[in-house]
Design a protein around this ligand. Structure first.
Ligand SMILES: [Cu+2]
Length: 119
């Protein structure tokens, strides 16, 4: 009985390690796109993506609270001051889509916008 329990525990431990390893691999396979937000611009402000390719949008605020939104792509994110927000995104349609800052960050907020081009 004891031997059986030990084997079960060992198998469970190995399975856990395999699962952790696979999940690490899975996270790494997405292309990450770093975008910084500051008064009053996004860098870069032109992002090219491929239809069907999942990417991680990694948006960071360099100063105050900002937003990262695209009505057309159904993306609505708040980017708190000094923080980084990761968003997994899979484009499903081709075209040129506007994104913009959707959290009030000052008088120049309306200038904060860019384009996502999906091919
Ligand atoms: Cu802003």
């Amino acid at each position: 009985m004891n031997d059986k329990k030990l084997i079960v525990i060992k198998v469970a431990a190995v399975l856990m390690m395999v699962i952790v390893y696979l999940s690490l691999l899975a996270e790494e396979k997405y292309r990450e796109i770093a975008i910084s937000a500051e008064k009053y611009k996004f860098t870069p402000d032109l992002i090219e993506l491929k239809k069907g390719e999942t990417v991680i949008l990694s948006i960071s605020s360099e100063d105050v609270n900002h937003g990262f939104c695209s009505k057309e792509l159904n993306i609505f994110l708040e980017i708190p001051a000094g923080e980084e927000v990761k968003y997994k995104f899979t484009p499903t349609k081709e075209g040129s889509f506007e994104f913009y800052c959707c959290v009030y960050c000052g008088k120049g907020q309306k200038k904060m916008k860019g384009k996502i081009i999906i091919k």
